[in-house]
Design a protein around this ligand. Structure first.
Ligand SMILES: [Zn+2]
Ligand SMILES: [Zn+2]
Length: 252
């Protein structure tokens, strides 16, 4: 059941979305940029060794930690110079979607589900710098693998997050990893735990590693928990964000 406050926030947020905005174009742009980066980088990989292939799982783990860090330390903490990210996430995304009403209605709501495309470009620039360093220190294949994996993880993030805010779950609830992150992230939209718990959006690996999950179980159980509610901790401190009113942001 949606509160009057959330309904009012949604109405105000939707009213300031540019008329020209089109949700499907927003998503197409993200996957066009991400897919092109992945494809372009993959063209440069030739006769890779096993050690070079090992860059893929290593970057998956590093990206998972980075996603956790960014969500916990920037998206939920007001940092000078990065206030736009905090405003967009804590003060807008979390007001638009709550644990009680976590679903979007139309593709125009994609404006608040997906990151703006320039976030992907910033992420690809960072991955390219890392790839360049790796290529200079070790091997070109390793550097390109890094860019490929980073682009793939970003698209993975956006897709999984979208899966969390879709209403119809007849298929999603049966898909491994997706059902896990769906319960994990919708629980994160509970204002009582959102500042400290469930910061992963792809696989809850870092939440398990750093003890910031709302579940009390091992790594395998965390990854394949699905909708299971038996392991939810009931001893978590309730922390309010302190962000009472939610100004609608005209820009990012
Ligand atoms: Zn969300
Ligand atoms: Zn959050």
């Amino acid at each position: 059941m949606m509160s009057a406050r959330q309904a009012a926030f949604r109405a105000a947020y939707r009213a300031q979305i540019a008329p020209a905005y089109h949700g499907l174009i927003h998503v197409a742009l993200i996957y066009l940029i991400g897919g092109s980066a992945l494809w372009y980088a993959a063209q440069h990989i030739h006769a890779a060794t096993l050690a070079e292939w090992a860059v893929v799982p290593a970057v998956v783990v590093l990206a998972n930690m980075f996603e956790w860090f960014l969500h916990a330390q920037v998206m939920h903490r007001p940092r000078p110079g990065l206030m736009g990210i905090y405003n967009r996430h804590t003060l807008a995304h979390h007001q638009f979607f709550t644990q009680e009403a976590p679903y979007h209605d139309t593709t125009r709501d994609y404006r608040i589900v997906f990151f703006p495309p320039y976030a992907l470009i910033a992420f690809l620039v960072m991955a390219s710098v890392g790839g360049f360093v790796l290529a200079a220190l070790w091997s070109a294949n390793a550097g390109w693998f890094m860019v490929c994996t980073a682009a793939g993880m970003y698209m993975n993030y956006e897709f999984f997050h979208w899966c969390c805010h879709v209403e119809d779950d007849r298929v999603l609830r049966r898909l491994p990893f997706i059902n896990t992150i769906r319960r994990h992230h919708i629980a994160h939209h509970n204002t009582a735990i959102m500042m400290n718990r469930n910061m992963n959006l792809t696989y809850p690996f870092s939440d398990w590693l750093f003890g910031t999950s709302d579940l009390n179980r091992g790594l395998f159980g965390h990854l394949f928990n699905g909708y299971d509610t038996r392991f939810i901790r009931h001893d978590l401190p309730k922390v309010r964000s302190g962000a009472r009113s939610a100004p609608v942001m005209a820009g990012e």
